[in-house]
Ligand binder design. Sequence first.
Ligand code: DER
Length: 232
Amino acid sequence: NMAEEAKKLAAYSAVDNNVQNNQAVGVGSGSTIVYAVDRLAERVRQEKLNIVCVPTSFQARQLILQHGLALSDLERHPELDVAIDGADEVDAQLTLIKGGGGCLTQEKIIAGNSKCFVVIADYRKDSSVLGEQWKKGVPIEVIPMAYVPVSRVIAKRFGGEVNLRMAVSKAGPVVTDNSNFILDWKFEDVQNWSEVNTAIKMIPGVVETGLFVNMAERAYFGMEDGSVKVRK
Ligand code: DER
């Protein structure tokens, strides 16, 4: 369908324009990244590219292994040449909401340790302000024993509604790759995302937020008309 085609367009364009030989590549999580891994594997086969891939989740690790790509880690490659990942929403300043797939913590670590962090997304993520299209709020990874007080502090200080993310294929809450819980903060108004990100990070029990501020170098959007739009 159109959105899947758009994801593929963005993924291929980003891989073809940002990955070179002898690089360490951060591999994101979600559904759009699947197309990027397909393209990486195709280019390795066709061009004999020599790259290693560092995952941002169990899912990304599986994708790397299933495609026969070289798996590595931050111990061996503490500074990646490029990281490619999806997003739930991208605003005009390239501030991202990530974490729809629950992988935000390792994704932010990889993005923060890459020379160049590139976002791939379909047109539904292409917004001017956060909250325009993405209605599920900002994901926040928390230490399980603290999720109630953290929820209360966020709602009290920043407004909106905070919900514990419940699993679909498992009884009880979603448990992340890091054995934590996820809160989804449905904010009411647009905020100073840099200040809010810092403030939320400081709350005891918060592991990471899904607000990626001033991290992305550029975003590739696959559009409905088959074109690719790049935001720098
Ligand atoms: O959970 C995540 O952060 C994913 O990267 C998400 O933001 C994008 O997932 P999608 O490509 O399936 O929309």
